[in-house]
Design a protein around this ligand. Structure first.
Ligand SMILES: [Zn+2]
Length: 452
């Protein structure tokens, strides 16, 4: 039996339009949206009618950068509590993330719709020292190994492929050729310069402050094999990156070349500005942030283990290795990169890295990301970056990312107006995933919390 629900008097941010639409009727049958109409429509017999007058409806949010197997399964409902109904996992042990995806799809595990990439594709060298993160890595030692490795992932049904830090340019380009557009490819680059893979046809880049770094920094500060920073676990990684960006001229010819290529090829730039949020609010405020209570215990424990490599500091569970003395301008600079790219006609999508880095927690991380993106590109553009633009990037725009006929009934009801203040997004009263109503407070009561 499929349930029919009619929402009336809705003020809708549909994910596609530039303006909200008032007085809308939305008809849901089973797990899909059937009809979206301005004004009243007759309720079908046996339909449940919900009057959402005075409230705002927004599509289910999409986090394009999560590590779902690096957090406790009990923490996964946090996504739904925050209205994040879809997430792309961009780095996990393949079998683990396949099992999680299957459990969520079957209803055995509560969580967002999950799209998966499987492992992080490294070159010959390992991006991480031996430790809990290495289970995510897979080495492609040479171009000759590409068909075997990538063929296996495609046969396993991955939704995307993720190139990683130590993968060299020749192998990166061979992967792009071999995949041949069958699934979207993204990269968190280090040894490969982004321009090479942009020209070769990559679909997305992760971390506005990492993947394009080599195109913006001084030559002697670049990442690469045999360079000062050849691994992200190197203690110089964060200070060098922040300094390199601080000195970078965003109006220079090389900057223009990068922005131009991103726009021409319509490559999606995943932001992860949330990781730099501490540079804006300062350590004390970050330590007192109420969202902190929802950091998954597994993520926090792993971060403590990481301290053995990078040094001991009580606040480094927020951003390991971050030093405000060096990085205080980091966020502003990357909001500026995001703004220039967006205003030039480039594609900006929201992603957070929750799970990979412990802070902020699942779901809440995307709220933070939206708030920081809104400062750079405006609130409506920020909402599109986590709904319709993200859906197109994942090639799932017929299923998710907008409130339109035929899409899954994934949306949230907000007791407020998030266009008046983006912070009102936090006033979500009900989240619908596939037409099933979920109460955020009920979900939050089930997740593990840190003593606070
Ligand atoms: Zn990540």
């Amino acid at each position: 039996m499929s349930q029919t629900v009619l929402f009336k008097n809705a003020r809708v941010i549909d994910g596609l339009s530039d303006q909200p639409r008032a007085g809308m009727s939305i008809l849901v049958t089973g797990d899909r949206i059937r009809q979206v109409t301005q004004g009243e429509i007759a309720a079908p017999p046996d339909a449940q009618v919900i009057d959402v007058g005075g409230k705002t409806m927004i599509p289910g949010l999409i986090d394009t950068h999560v590590h779902s197997t690096l957090m406790d399964r009990e923490s996964l409902p946090l996504f739904l509590a925050a209205g994040v109904t879809s997430a792309r996992d961009v780095g996990a042990k393949l079998e683990k993330v396949q099992a999680l995806k299957a459990d969520i799809a079957s209803g055995a595990q509560l969580g967002p719709r999950l799209f998966i990439c499987g492992p992080l594709l490294d070159g010959e060298e390992s991006s991480f020292p031996r430790g809990p993160l290495t289970e995510m890595l897979q080495s492609i030692p040479s171009v000759d190994d590409v068909p075997h490795t990538i063929g296996h992932l495609l046969n396993a049904g991955v939704d995307g492929v993720k190139l990683y830090f130590t993968l060299p340019p020749d192998t990166a380009k061979a992967v792009i050729r071999y995949v041949d557009k069958r699934v979207p490819i993204t990269g968190h680059l280090g040894y490969t310069h982004s321009l090479e893979v942009i020209q070769a046809g990559i679909d997305g880049l992760e971390h506005v402050w990492i993947s394009p770094y080599n195109e913006f920094c001084a030559l002697d500060m670049q990442f690469g094999p045999g360079k000062k920073v050849s691994s992200m676990m190197n203690r110089h990684f964060a200070p060098l990156t922040f300094k390199g960006w601080e000195e970078a001229d965003l109006q220079s010819q090389k900057a223009k070349t990068w922005f131009g290529a991103m726009v021409e090829k319509q490559v999606n730039m995943g932001t992860t500005l949330d990781l730099l949020w501490i540079s804006k609010c300062g350590q004390d405020a970050a330590m007192k942030d109420p969202d902190r209570r929802y950091v998954p215990p597994m993520a926090l424990g792993r971060q403590r283990a990481l301290a053995a490599h990078i040094g001991e500091r009580p606040d480094w569970d927020i951003f390991p290795g971050f030093d405000p003395a060096i990085g205080s301008k980091a966020l502003e600079k990357h909001q500026e990169v995001t703004r220039i790219l967006h205003e030039s006609g480039g594609l900006v999508v929201g992603g957070t890295d929750c799970g990979g880095i412990s802070y902020p927690p699942p779901g809440y991380a995307l709220w933070r990301e939206i708030e920081l993106m809104a400062e750079a590109i405006g609130t409506m553009a920020a909402f599109k970056a986590v709904t319709s633009v993200a859906a197109r990037y994942l090639r799932k725009q017929d299923d998710i990312g907008s409130i339109a006929p035929g899409r899954y009934a994934d949306f949230s009801i907000i007791d407020g107006d998030p266009l008046r203040s983006v912070h009102e997004l936090r006033k979500i009263t009900t989240v619908y995933r596939g037409g099933v109503a979920l109460n955020p407070q009920t979900l939050l009561a089930t997740v593990p919390t840190q003593g606070h």
